[in-house]
Write a protein that binds this ligand. Structure first.
Ligand SMILES: Nc1ncnc2c1ncn2[C@@H]1O[C@H](COP(=O)(O)OP(=O)(O)OP(=O)(O)O)[C@@H](O)[C@H]1O
Ligand SMILES: O=c1ccn([C@@H]2O[C@H](COP(=O)(O)O)[C@@H](O)[C@H]2O)c(=O)[nH]1
Length: 240
């Protein structure tokens, strides 16, 4: 039987930057971002408070080809700025679909977006606005997965939803190993001991310590976000 009420009141959605590319090689695909945003909007209409941490992998990563030979911290700041661009595009698409979104940046660029201030973020969520957290943690050498764990814990989210291109956590990277099999659920300790590369160990450890579960699912599957919010068994659950 399918539940009629959402299973969660407040969620932290981690959106992979690469998921915004659709079938393009780089950047933001218009149809893709509109479809993803429509799914987020649908969930807000169920009364769920939604905060988003957006990645930057569709534009720039600190540890990637484009940053070869660069100072790592400088490259990471570029990666964080890439997430600000994605956040602006997301908020714009949300506004166009009738939902008010507020972008809050971990790096101070006040002419562009407001800075992250926790009580303000909580107020926006209570008001039914979508909060888009940009610039990751604001620190180099981290990732937006860690930012998702951090912001998720700070805002008291009940669940971190890692929306990505694969449909869960596998025994190995399914993009590289076709024999890899998917877990329905596993503990944070298992994920760390097995060195599963779906998320970095810092993000896993923070969620484990805060007892904040993560559900990994594919955002390319229509309706998957709503199914997760309704408590259905989509993707992989990682728990403490
Ligand atoms: N054990 C595993 N199970 C599932 N996916 C894995 C695993 N190990 C590595 N991966 C890879 O991890 C990727 C998930 O990372 P994702 O695209 O969400 O990147 P991100 O760094 O969080 O975001 P961005 O796209 O913004 O850089 C998948 O595309 C998958 O290929
Ligand atoms: O807290 C953070 C978050 C991100 N970065 C840099 O941004 C890029 C893009 O983030 P993804 O998590 O890969 O989508 C990342 O490669 C880092 O270079 C950061 O430095 N600190």
């Amino acid at each position: 039987m399918t539940a009629s009420q959402p299973a969660h009141k407040r969620i932290l959605l981690k959106l992979s930057g690469e998921a915004l590319m659709g079938d393009d090689a780089f950047g933001i695909n218009r149809a893709t971002i509109e479809r993803i945003v429509a799914e987020v909007v649908e969930v807000t209409h169920l009364g769920v408070q939604v905060a988003v941490v957006i990645g930057g992998g569709n534009i720039f990563r600190g540890v990637a080809g484009g940053s070869e030979g660069m100072d790592r911290a400088t490259a990471d700041y570029m990666g964080m700025l890439a997430t600000v661009m994605n956040a602006l595009a997301l908020a714009d698409a949300m506004d166009k679909q009738g939902v008010t979104a507020r972008v809050m940046s971990a790096i101070d660029i006040q002419q562009v977006v407001e800075p992250y201030v926790r009580p303000k973020a909580l107020q926006y969520l209570e008001e039914g606005k979508v909060v888009v957290f940009a610039a990751g943690t604001g620190n180099p050498f981290f990732t937006t997965d860690t930012a998702a764990a951090l912001r998720g814990a700070e805002i008291g989210a009940e669940l971190v939803l890692k929306a990505t291109k694969v449909d869960g956590v596998y025994t190995a990277d399914p993009m590289k190993d076709p024999t890899a099999t998917r877990y329905a659920r596993l503990t944070f300790d298992e994920a760390m001991v097995r060195n599963l590369g779906i998320m970095d160990a810092t993000a896993f450890a923070l969620c484990r310590d805060q007892k904040l579960p993560i559900r990994v699912f594919s955002i390319t599957r229509p309706g998957a976000l709503k199914r997760v919010v309704m408590g259905e068994d989509e993707g992989t659950l990682v728990y403490a």
